[in-house]
Design a protein around this ligand. Structure first.
Ligand SMILES: Nc1ncnc2c1ncn2[C@@H]1O[C@H](COP(=O)(O)OP(=O)(O)OP(=O)(O)O)[C@@H](O)[C@H]1O
Ligand SMILES: [Mg+2]
Length: 259
C-alpha cells in the first residue's frame, strides 16, 4: 500500500506542546537517494518535524513508515532511528570543541581490540579515510589529531556528515547546517551534501535560505506555522519563483502581525 520507493513517509502528523500546536496534518516523505530542502521561517515547525523523524520525541498523533514498514510511535527512539539508518546533525552540538577529530568521530561508538581496549591506531586511520574518501576533505594541515576548534564552521559540518556516513546512515538530516557560516563555508557544506547524493544516500536539508539549498536539492518542501504549504520538484520551479513564494509567505505573516 505504501510506496516502497520512499525511504521515509510521515502521514498526518500532529504535534502539540501544551497549547502550542507545532505541527498540523503534516505529510512528508523522502525518497531513495533524494535531497529534500525543508524551508520555512523561524518557528515554522522544521526542527519539530525532524526531531520526530529522528526519534527525539513521538508525535501527538500520526503515522510513520520507514521503507514501507509502519513504525510504532511509542517504541521509536534515537537509537531505533540509527538502526533504521537515519542520522541527524544538529548544528549546535555537532562536535566537541577541545577534542581531536578522531575522538569526536568515535565517541560512543569505539572500535575496540581483542582485549576490549580502544584501538586508537585504527580509529585514527578510519578518521583519515572518512576525511579523504567519504567527504573529500581538502583542508590543508587538518589531520585525525587536529582539534575540532581548529576547523572552520563548514569543515565541522563536514566531519559530522562524514561521521554519519561512516556509521551507515542512509538518510542524513541537517538542521540549518549553514546558519552561522560565511559564503565560502556554505560552499563547502554544499559540496558535502553533493557527496551524500553521489554516495546514493538521502538528505533533508533545513534552511531559511533558498539560495543555499537550490543547487543541491531535488525537491523543496515549504512549511509555515506547522503546515506544509507547498512542494516542488526542482524541474518544476526556478530559484526566482521559489524565492518569490517564500517572500509571499513572509509578507502574509508580517501583514497579519501589523494589523
Ligand atoms: N520543546 C518545546 N516545547 C514547547 N514548544 C516548543 C518546543 N519545541 C518547539 N516548540 C514550539 O513549536 C513551534 C515550532 O518550533 P520549531 O523549533 O520546530 O521551529 P523551526 O521551524 O525549527 O524554527 P527555527 O527556524 O527558528 O529553528 C514554535 O512555536 C516553538 O516555540
Ligand atoms: Mg529549528
Amino acid at each position: 500500500m505504501n510506496n516502497s520507493k520512499n525511504l521515509v513517509e510521515m502521514k498526518n502528523i500532529h504535534m502539540c506542546f501544551g497549547k502550542v500546536v507545532a505541527l498540523k496534518n503534516v505529510d512528508f516523505k523522502v525518497g531513495e537517494n533524494e535531497i529534500v530542502g525543508l524551508i520555512g521561517d523561524n518557528g515554522a515547525g522544521k526542527s519539530t518535524l525532524i526531531k520526530i523523524l529522528s526519534g527525539v520525541f513521538p508525535p501527538t498523533s500520526g503515522e510513520m513508515y520507514i521503507r514501507g514498514k509502519k513504525i510504532s510511535n511509542r517504541g521509536y527512539s534515537v537509537r531505533k532511528a540509527h538502526e533504521y539508518e537515519i542520522e541527524t546533525v544538529y548544528q549546535e552540538k555537532a562536535l566537541g570543541e577541545k577534542q581531536s577529530l578522531w575522538r569526536n568521530i568515535f565517541i560512543g561508538r569505539q572500535i575496540s581490540n581483542f582485549f576490549g581496549f580502544i584501538n586508537v591506531k585504527k580509529e585514527k586511520e578510519e578518521t583519515e579515510r572518512i576525511m579523504k574518501e567519504l567527504i573529500g576533505f581538502r583542508g590543508v594541515g587538518v589531520s585525525a589529531d587536529s582539534r575540532v576548534g581548529k576547523l572552520s564552521g563548514g569543515e565541522r559540518q563536514g566531519i559530522a556528515i562524514g561521521r554519519a556516513m561512516y556509521f551507515n546512515a542512509n538518510l542524513i538530516i541537517l538542521d540549518e547546517p549553514t546558519a552561522a557560516l560565511s559564503t565560502k563555508e556554505v560552499t563547502k557544506v554544499l559540496n558535502f551534501i553533493r557527496k551524500i547524493k553521489e554516495s546514493g544516500r538521502s538528505c533533508i536539508y533545513i534552511t531559511h535560505h533558498i539560495s543555499d539549498t537550490y543547487s543541491v536539492s531535488d525537491r523543496f518542501v515549504f512549511i509555515d506555522r506547522g503546515e506544509i504549504i507547498g512542494e516542488y520538484r526542482k524541474n518544476e520551479i526556478s530559484m526566482e519563483e521559489l524565492t518569490e513564494k517564500l517572500l509571499m509567505v513572509s509578507a502574509r505573516d508580517s501583514g497579519k502581525g501589523d494589523n
